[in-house]
Ligand binder design. Structure first.
Ligand code: 5GP
Ligand code: MN
Length: 340
């Protein structure tokens, strides 16, 4: 469904009328849009006197620790018993900014089988049918923009309070790289215009997001680009990798490597980039691309992942070295997608 229909609004309104205990869930390694959309909905529903809890599978990024309501978010990995308690009490579940059960990790085993209404709001392609109601708009800048539309459809624009507006703005801003991509529609700017009129301070939020890192994070970026970047012009590709030892050396905090994968795209002949990050028993992969090069296809076909055409991710249950070797070996298959 590319637009909220009357039928969707009626069903969602009926579900909301029946539910007092509501949970919102977002994807693992939550980013600005996952937290922005989940927390915006949290603030809206709380204002409507619902008992609402926002649960994410794992760690929150340190650079977003100032978001309104972030202290109320339950991190399932750290507070499993409490999380399960809320999940079992839930009469309605919102799933935001993801569309695949795998994105919930093991928390999905508790959520997916639950026999309560589920509403999915998300902008990623190829949604899995795991909700009773799905609002999926792949052309949307962000899930946060869709939460704005959802709120407007259900309660009217007057229901958007300042905290929700801040969270919506944060989600839209981070998912569009500060309005550099996925943000050419008039609607995005109409929504942002309205959010600004509600008192959102754009400069303050920009500052909190982009000027809130440690010195170590900047040095880690310098290290990654200066010594860990490989460019493969023949395939229009580049990759960066970081070992656990390097992350420790630079006092890594969750979220520190966010955005690193974009930098090699500034090289003229590079259309496809990857970053590989060593974890305990797997390698986390992030991909970015220019134009029509399908980063999500590579993620889906080789790295148990998915995402958008130009921003995708996944993982490989193998060492860092083997993951890099695999990536380089599959590049010839994708040469046909290069734009230049
Ligand atoms: P990031 O590289 O910022 O972690 O993720 C970029 C995009 O890739 C996300 O918005 C999401 O669409 C997708 N993505 C990242 N990791 C995964 C994953 O493990 N599985 C799937 N299906 N998509 C992912
Ligand atoms: Mn998103």
């Amino acid at each position: 469904m590319e637009q909220i229909t009357k039928e969707f609004t009626e069903k969602a309104t009926a579900y909301l009328a029946e539910a007092e205990n509501i949970i919102i869930v977002a994807h693992k390694n939550p980013d600005g849009d996952a937290l922005g959309s989940g927390l915006a909905l949290y603030h809206i529903l709380k204002n409507k006197n619902k008992k609402v809890t926002f649960i994410v599978p794992n760690q929150l990024p340190t650079y977003l620790n100032w978001m309104p309501g972030i202290e109320d978010v339950i991190v399932y990995e750290n507070q499993k018993e409490l999380g399960i308690e809320y999940i079992q009490k839930a009469q309605l579940i919102f799933m935001v900014d993801f569309n695949h059960r795998s994105r919930l990790s093991e928390m999905g085993d508790k959520i997916i089988p639950l026999n309560v209404p589920k509403i999915m709001i998300d902008h990623h392609p190829y949604p899995e049918e795991i909700a009773d109601l799905t609002y999926s708009r792949t052309s949307s800048s962000s899930t946060a923009e869709m939460i704005y539309e959802f709120t407007d459809a259900i309660y009217g624009k007057s229901a958007i309070n300042k905290k929700a507006a801040d969270c919506m703005f944060l989600g839209i801003m981070t998912d569009t790289g500060s309005f550099s991509y996925n943000s050419s529609s008039q609607l995005t700017f109409q929504v942002v215009g309205h959010l600004l009129s509600l008192g959102v301070n754009k400069d303050e939020i920009t500052d909190k997001v982009y000027s809130n890192y440690s010195e170590y994070r900047l040095r880690l970026l310098g290290h990654a680009i200066n010594t860990k970047l490989t460019v493969l012009p023949e395939y229009g590709a580049a990759h960066i990798n970081l070992t656990q030892k390097e992350l420790e050396e630079f006092k890594f905090e969750p979220g520190d490597t966010e955005g690193f994968v974009n930098y090699p795209l500034s090289i003229k002949e590079v259309e496809f980039t990857a970053i590989f990050i060593e974890k305990d028993n797997y390698t986390k992969c992030s991909f970015r691309s220019k134009g029509s090069f399908p980063a999500n296809l590579v993620a889906k076909e080789h790295f148990s992942g998915g995402g958008h055409t130009n921003a995708a991710g996944g993982e490989n249950k193998d060492t860092l070295a083997n993951t890099i070797a695999k990536f380089e070996s599959i590049l010839p298959q994708y040469k046909k997608y290069l734009n230049q």
